[in-house]
Design a protein around this ligand. Structure first.
Ligand code: NDP
Length: 247
């Protein structure tokens, strides 16, 4: 398929996990992909494998994000923005530090704000663009994630507001909210809980109607749809990709 021929995509947090699978999927369908990540060598590895470009970027830093957006736009246009950069700093409220709160809120909320604000300049001028923000089922509440669930719920509000503001300029903004996806992030959760990852996945799978945990490619497929012209009349939506409702 060549749905993204002639399009340029910027994927933050694109070096690993869901971001890397998204970068790969968009590139496989013809997009020129710029992988922006904290982890420069991993970003370069991912970009090289898909014939894309890498840029070191800490999404909490406005200058870094603006430089990444400019680097993407230098390929002729900035058509697609997918904001995957994310971290967790889980703890029950009484043990959660101010640093845990700030790091998570800054990465997810401020990071996405920086990226959306910088990208809209190009997209509004072009009168076209697609943004996909990454929320989570944790937006609905999850023990030990006051910081993360707040950020992920905030992103759903951001998505709807941006869809209202940018719709008149033919820019679609949607949110994808994954459930448990097998990445470094969920491995980190298992480690913190002291549970072997395979056992953790088995336990989670029992709570998922489709009977398995998700893979980054499951999320990338939905993101690619939302970035495509098939979704040209879809905006301001939150789409859950979690193997079914919680049971
Ligand atoms: P990964 O840890 O595999 O990938 C996240 C990437 O973001 C890493 O490469 C990480 O770099 C990078 N990153 C972290 N902080 C920054 C920053 N400040 N600036 C730039 N890049 C940064 O996680 P996932 O692929 O699992 O997560 C991707 C997104 O999906 C996140 O927003 C996450 O919250 C969300 N999500 C994930 C779910 C899951 O089950 N895995 C479920 C629901 C949502 P480094 O490794 O160096 O920190």
């Amino acid at each position: 398929m060549t749905r993204f021929e002639g399009k340029t995509a910027l994927v933050t947090g694109g070096a690993k996990g869901i971001g890397a699978a998204t970068a790969k999927r968009l590139a496989s369908e013809g997009a020129t992909v710029v992988v922006a990540d904290f982890d420069e060598s991993a970003a370069q590895e991912t970009a090289q494998a898909i014939g894309g470009h890498a840029v070191r970027c800490d999404v909490t830093k406005r200058e870094d994000v603006e430089a990444a957006v400019d680097a993407a736009a230098s390929h002729g246009s900035l058509d697609l923005l997918v904001t995957c950069a994310g971290i967790i700093r889980d703890n029950l409220l009484f043990k959660m530090t101010e640093d845990d709160w700030d790091a998570v809120i800054d990465t997810h909320l401020k990071g996405t704000f920086h990226a959306a604000r910088a990208a809209q300049k190009h997209m509004v001028e072009q009168r076209s663009g697609k943004m996909v923000l990454i929320s989570s089922t944790s937006a609905l509440g999850n023990r030990g994630q006051t910081n993360y669930s707040t950020a992920k719920a905030g992103l759903q509000g951001m998505c709807k507001t941006l869809a209202i503001e940018l719709g008149p300029y033919n820019v679609n903004v949607n949110c994808v909210a994954p459930g448990f996806i097998e990445t470094a992030m969920t491995r980190q959760t298992a480690e913190r809980m002291g549970v072997p990852f395979e056992k953790f996945k088995e336990a989670v799978s029992e709570q998922v109607p489709l009977g398995r945990v998700g893979q980054p490619e499951d999320v990338a497929g939905l993101i690619a749809y939302l970035c495509s012209e098939d979704a040209s009349y879809v905006s301001g939506q939150v789409v859950y990709v979690a193997g079914g409702p919680r049971i």
